[in-house]
Write a protein that binds this ligand. Sequence first.
Ligand SMILES: Nc1nc2c(c(=O)[nH]1)N=C([C@H](O)[C@H](O)COP(=O)(O)OP(=O)(O)OP(=O)(O)O)CN2
Ligand SMILES: [Zn+2]
Length: 139
Amino acid sequence: MSERVAFITRVCSFSACHRLHSKCLSDEENKRTFGKCNNPNGHGHNYTVEVTVRGKIDKNTGMVMNLTDLKEFIEEAVMKPLDHKNLDLDVPYFADVVSTTENLSVFIWDGLQKLLPHDSLYEIKVYETAKNIVIYRGE
Ligand SMILES: Nc1nc2c(c(=O)[nH]1)N=C([C@H](O)[C@H](O)COP(=O)(O)OP(=O)(O)OP(=O)(O)O)CN2
Ligand SMILES: [Zn+2]
């Protein structure tokens, strides 16, 4: 039988606050672009992140990857840098990068890429709210 490929997903949640504000725009343009999300003192979210890894199901272990290992990688790349943080002030990456969910997805992707086996990361899905969702696949 040929080797089977599967997708495995691990979910985590973290809380953080942020302000949508671009250094490339004037204060007026920021207000116009980001509206209430440009509030000077920020606002918070309970983010949910789904990390999906793609790979062959190992004949001996029956696993694409041990989900316990994936949990530890997520702890390093997501929970430690982001949970209970002010994204704009506590995470150096966002000093000059607007802390949108798109950019947050890229940050998480880049962090996990450094830890996961080559070519195994398939998708990052970030729920900023139950209604605002971003998918990033590394392009
Ligand atoms: N393309 C993006 N647009 C927006 C982002 C983003 O990351 N990428 N982020 C925001 C804000 O951070 C904001 O907090 C979202 O607020 P809102 O749209 O009000 O979200 P809710 O789902 O909570 O709102 P409802 O009132 O329930 O619809 C804005 N845009
Ligand atoms: Zn927000």
